[in-house]
Design a protein around this ligand. Structure first.
Ligand SMILES: *[C@@H]1O[C@H](CO)[C@@H](O)[C@H](O)[C@H]1NC(C)=O
Ligand SMILES: *[C@@H]1O[C@H](CO)[C@@H](O)[C@H](O)[C@H]1NC(C)=O
Ligand SMILES: *[C@@H]1O[C@H](CO)[C@@H](O)[C@H](O)[C@H]1NC(C)=O
Length: 388
């Protein structure tokens, strides 16, 4: 274990430690064609505010692809490289492995009805950005691709989502590029985005919350007692990343904490000894990237191991400046959580989602219903006049 002094003297990157951290606080499948309306889903997509037909389709296809992505990842091999890199060493995460497995299984089953009649909460999807954050952030810190609202089954898709490739298109493209084919971030696609968002839904992702028990400080144990419980999954914070706006080194720089998006940070929260052992298990992005890595292994027979980190060697990792700015800002706003509170005037439950075919058939049947209502009214008048 190295000292606080060591950390504070590190040049660019992680400049604070535990102290700062303590302040922060049987799978099934979808096999129908992706372009047909899913009537047998265990969950439907609803709402669709300001999403046109084409966007609906891209959202729905991403949803399908997400369950495909998780299908294979739900069978965890705790001796595997991907498990180590995205969740941490077994001796650190032993208390959380069953939680991780259950999260993966719930995600894989979310949209699946086969062999399980339990209906999952419908997911309210939308494109109208009710929290007005899609354009927050900047080129350096990235911008949101999508965000969850209130840990509910409620996701807003920002315009960047619609530029992303489908799962298999992206995997084929990335694997064909010899020089970068080992880089996991090259595989990031719309299903990966969905995977992160689904984990934020409290019915899917469970995380560990650890709170300090008030007035419990003890000199003999040298600390505060904490109580551990479970809560919805958010985004973990990378302990001690300095605010990029300040250039001096020292404790005064401890201002903002960067959220652990992207493979570099996902791996850092899983490996650095001063992260909490559950930080990776608590981070939706780690599940998304883990599932993405497993999918590449399954499809391409190799593990995309870049960014490479020396597990077990904090100092080597911290000294590696190349890791400090991974150029991964395309898929998240690094300054902000991607779970936002639901505003009081934002509707929680979405109206049933209509495809263009459903819309046109609805127009088709509307005159009929109007006609039936008319007949019923006439019949009622007739009946009333007979009775009178
Ligand atoms: C696992 O949980 C037990 C009981 O809460 C605790 O004593 C132990 O320190 C935990 N182990 C790890 C590695 O966190
Ligand atoms: C069915 O799915 C629900 C929700 O995902 C889960 O809680 C339940 O254990 C599943 N039942 C079986 C028999 O798999
Ligand atoms: C995630 O955020 C929600 C809303 O702020 C909170 O209720 C929950 O406890 C958080 N989860 C964890 C693991 O801290």
């Amino acid at each position: 274990m190295f000292t606080l002094q060591h950390l504070l003297s590190l040049p660019v990157f992680l400049s604070t430690t535990l102290i700062a951290h303590a302040l922060a606080a049987g799978t099934g499948f979808i096999d129908s064609e992706s372009n047909t309306l899913k009537t047998n889903f265990a969950a439907q997509l609803t709402g669709g505010e300001k999403c046109d037909d084409d966007k609906f389709q891209q959202i729905r296809d991403g949803f399908n692809e997400m369950t495909v992505l998780f299908r294979n990842a739900a069978r965890v091999d705790w001796n595997g490289q991907a498990e180590l890199e995205y969740f941490g060493r077994q001796d650190r995460i032993g208390n959380y492995t069953s939680m991780i497995e259950e999260n993966l299984i719930r995600a894989a089953q979310y949209a699946n009805l086969k062999g399980n009649a339990t209906r999952n909460p419908d997911i309210h999807v939308r494109c109208d950005d009710p929290n007005n954050v899609c354009n927050e952030g900047n080129k350096k810190e990235g911008k949101h691709v999508a965000y969850n609202i209130g840990n509910e089954p409620h996701i807003n898709f920002c315009k960047r989502y619609f530029n992303l490739d489908p799962l298999d298109t992206k995997v084929e493209k990335a694997a064909a590029k010899g020089d970068t084919s080992k880089d996991i971030m090259q595989y990031y696609n719309r299903a990966t985005v969905w995977a992160r968002q689904v984990m934020h839904i409290s019915a899917v992702g469970t995380a560990v919350t650890e709170k300090v028990v008030p007035n419990s400080y003890s000199d003999s144990t040298g600390g505060w007692a904490t109580s551990v419980s479970n809560g919805a999954m958010n985004t973990s914070i990378l302990a001690g990343v300095r605010n990029g706006k300040l250039n001096t080194v020292g404790p005064n720089d401890i201002q903002t904490f960067k959220y652990a998006y992207g493979a570099t940070r996902a791996k850092l929260v899983a490996m650095l000894s001063f992260q909490m052992p559950y930080d990776a298990a608590n981070n939706a992005e780690n599940y998304a990237l883990y599932a993405q890595a497993r999918y590449v292994i399954q499809k391409k027979n190799f593990y995309p191991n870049v960014p490479i980190m020396q597990f077990g060697d904090d100092m080597a990792v911290l000294a590696n400046e190349q890791l400090q700015d991974g150029g991964e800002k395309k898929y998240a706003c690094y300054d902000d959580p991607d779970v936002l509170p639901r505003k009081t005037d934002t509707n929680s439950i979405g109206a049933p989602l209509q495809t263009s075919s459903a819309t046109s058939s609805m127009f088709g049947i509307r005159p009929k219903w109007t006609g039936q209502a008319l007949y019923a009214t006439l019949a009622l008048c007739l009946l009333l006049s007979i009775l009178a």
